[in-house]
Write a protein that binds this ligand. Structure first.
Ligand code: HEM
Length: 202
């Protein structure tokens, strides 16, 4: 849900309407100042941290229980590349979040200097300027969004599995929605840096 809302706002970084810049800044300001959003932000950060710590602990337990014994033949269970690499894609997304929060969120907190607009951080200028001129960070963003496809491919249906929401009719539908979500949402994020890489703004 967070990614959908975040993408919905971020798409206004693209010239999809004549006043897209104002719409983006207004939405970003609303998200930063509307009190229920502040509560959601705490729940979101708490959730992210618990999810990351829990994921790392489960992976360490798996490795420990395997010991130094490697399987002679590859796994015969019906697993995908996405499910086998969750710890790696997860750590990459986590490292991205540290960079991303430093570049954007820390400006809001006043910990990092950045351009301002009407007394609020000008996230439009920060994002558009970075994607137009900084090839290194823009490439990192695009590569991480590709990794995000893999993480979400397994994550979506796995969340339903964890909650025990299995059903002969609905599970295939959930899996299909999960695949569409895992591909469409990161591609939406990729469109933004890609657009400004191709059409840089001075
Ligand atoms: C083109 C890609 C992206 C751009 C331009 C972008 C831009 C931004 C901006 C401007 C903010 C500050 C918003 C505010 O605090 O009011 C922000 C915050 C944040 N972003 Fe992104 N973002 C992108 C992709 C992502 C992705 C893929 C994730 C997660 C995997 C993510 C996670 C976060 C988090 C956790 C916050 C802090 C919470 C919040 O303030 O909403 N972002 N991002």
């Amino acid at each position: 849900m967070f990614l959908l809302v975040h993408l919905g706002i971020n798409l206004f970084l693209l010239p999809i309407t004549p006043d897209h810049r104002e719409t983006f800044l207004l939405a970003a300001e609303f998200m930063s100042t509307f009190p229920p959003m502040k509560v959601m932000e705490i729940v979101l950060f708490g959730g992210f941290i618990i999810h990351a710590i829990y994921g790392i602990i489960v992976q360490l337990q798996n490795w420990a229980s395997r010991g130094s014994q490697k399987y002679k033949s590859g796994s015969k269970t019906n697993t995908t590349v996405a499910s086998q690499t969750m710890i790696y894609s997860g750590i990459i997304v986590l490292l991205f979040l540290a960079l991303h929060l430093y570049q954007f969120y820390f400006v809001k907190l006043g910990l990092v200097d950045g351009p301002m607009h009407d007394g609020h951080p000008d996230f439009y200028t920060i994002a558009v300027h970075m994607f137009s001129h900084d090839m290194v960070f823009t490439s990192i963003y695009i590569l991480v969004f590709v990794v995000l496809i893999f993480h979400l491919l397994h994550a979506f249906q796995s969340a339903f599995q964890t909650l025990g929401w299995n059903h002969p009719t609905y599970t295939p539908i959930v899996k299909a929605i999960g695949v569409i979500y895992a591909i469409v949402v990161p591609l939406g994020f990729i469109a933004i840096p890609l657009y400004y890489m191709i059409n840089p703004v001075s």
